[in-house]
Ligand binder design. Structure first.
Ligand SMILES: *Cc1c(COP(=O)(O)O)cnc(C)c1O
Length: 420
């Protein structure tokens, strides 16, 4: 299996999966996609241990690659937490938040970290991962790369712009993970990372772990294969899957799973007040823009970075229209949804998941088979959620453990030289 850039129509440069993972972004600025999407392997057993199941789904994507023979080992180590389907009265919630930092990004970050570690140790090479963060990504990446051999991480976050519990998740690591509180905005942090990447003194030592990396995307495909097969086995019908979306990496995984033949009826994108995708589906004109702040802040994206992969999969607007539906949800609708679900079912949702639930409640009937994707645990967003439900939301054990660890970081000016 080979991978090419979304901007390389003639497929002049072809890489294996491992090479594409180490590279991150293609040299022409495009994103790596497989030359073809393979069919699901035969005899896939949804009751097998998840690490084994994941390795089987991923195998054709790593055919001929150096990681092919160690997929099971990597997957079993990376996905060592449960992935339950939780039934509510009118839908089934796919809970992707049982990893170490309580958000779905743990799947991608951990697969990426374990894969990189293996390739770097073999090459006797070291890499430093630079990550600018204002939300879930930094914590998931720090946690995943913590104590991985031949790898170190520098996490940059803007002073005064991250919530208390988020900050703790960015600064509680030590060992090979260093955290920097930058006197500036999130955009300043991102600018510092970009400047460091193009500085010839550092560029060959640095890598990124953001959501365009193939190593984060492939594991996000696996749980859609698993969850749809599980749903069909339990209920006998194919689910519509509603996915709270920002950079559309999570839903790209779902589209690849569907293209492999996973039993998915339809994929629906719930977005917050950042309306780039619903506006595009309405007008046919794709117009990326600046983001606006919302309560579902991990989805505050105006120029979704994985859209290039969606366009690669569906090259004409007609195909896009046939395969994508998307609705926008306001902050008021997020609030009322969190409250309503809690009152109705005693179930607490995070603000991102609530976007999906609002779309379900307003666009689907209770006779539809809907699987709602829950992207984060509500306790991560206690300051939003707790006043709405009027009770405290207990933290999952993993998160509580992180909260009890000592925190350590350096405060620096918005100048990337301070990182080295
Ligand atoms: C990152 C994130 C999203 C958005 O996922 P994309 O892959 O960027 O579309 C949604 N919810 C939560 C909690 C996240 O952390």
């Amino acid at each position: 299996m080979k991978y090419h850039s979304t901007r390389d129509m003639e497929r002049k440069v072809e890489l294996s999966a491992g090479e594409a993972i180490l590279k991150g972004l293609a040299e022409d600025g495009g994103l790596f996609v497989p030359d073809s999407i393979p069919a699901l392997p035969e005899g896939l057993d949804v009751d097998a241990p998840y690490g084994l199941f994941a390795a089987k789904v991923l195998e054709p994507f790593f055919e001929g690659d150096e990681l092919e023979d160690c997929l099971e080992e990597i997957c079993s180590a990376a996905f060592d937490f449960p992935i339950p389907l939780h039934d509510l009265a009118d839908s089934t919630v796919l809970e992707l938040f049982h990893g170490p930092t309580s958000a779905f990004k743990d799947f991608g970050a951990r697969f990426l970290a374990f894969s990189m570690e293996r390739m770097l140790v073999k090459r006797d090479r070291r890499l430093c991962i630079l990550v600018a963060t204002s939300g879930d990504t930094g914590g998931a990446v720090a946690s995943a790369f913590w104590k991985r051999r031949n790898l170190s991480v520098k996490v940059l976050f803007p002073k005064g712009r991250v919530a208390r519990r988020q900050k703790q998740q960015l600064t509680c690591w030590g060992d090979n993970v260093s955290s920097y509180e930058v006197d500036g905005s999130f955009d300043d942090c991102q600018r510092m990372v970009k400047s460091a990447f193009v500085d010839p003194q550092y560029s060959s030592l640095l890598s990124s772990a953001n959501s365009i990396n193939l190593g984060r995307l492939l594991p996000q495909m696996v749980y859609y294969v698993y969850a749809s097969m599980r749903y069909v086995k339990d209920k006998g019908r194919r689910p519509v899957i509603i996915i709270p979306s920002g950079n559309v990496g999570n839903c790209t995984g779902a589209y690849w799973a569907k293209a492999m033949g996973a039993p998915i009826e339809r994929i629906v994108l719930a977005v917050n007040a950042n309306r780039t995708i619903p506006d595009y589906l309405e007008s046919g004109k794709y117009e990326p823009r600046s983001s606006v702040r919302t309560l579902a802040n991990a989805m505050d994206v105006g120029a979704p970075s994985n859209m290039e992969r969606i366009f690669d999969l569906f090259p004409t607007f007609d195909e896009v229209k046939a395969n994508l539906s998307s609705w926008s949800v306001s902050d008021d609708e997020i609030r009322s949804t969190i409250r309503a679900v809690y009152e109705r079912e005693g179930y607490v949702m995070c603000p991102h998941t609530a976007c999906g639930e609002y779309v379900r409640a307003t666009r689907f009937s209770d006779r539809d088979d809907v699987m709602l994707v829950s992207t984060a645990h509500p306790a991560k967003f206690d300051t939003v959620v707790e006043p709405l439900v009027g009770t405290s939301v207990p933290m999952p054990k993993a998160l509580e453990e992180l909260m009890g660890r000592p925190s350590e970081y350096r405060s620096i000016e918005a100048d990337y030289h301070e990182l080295f």
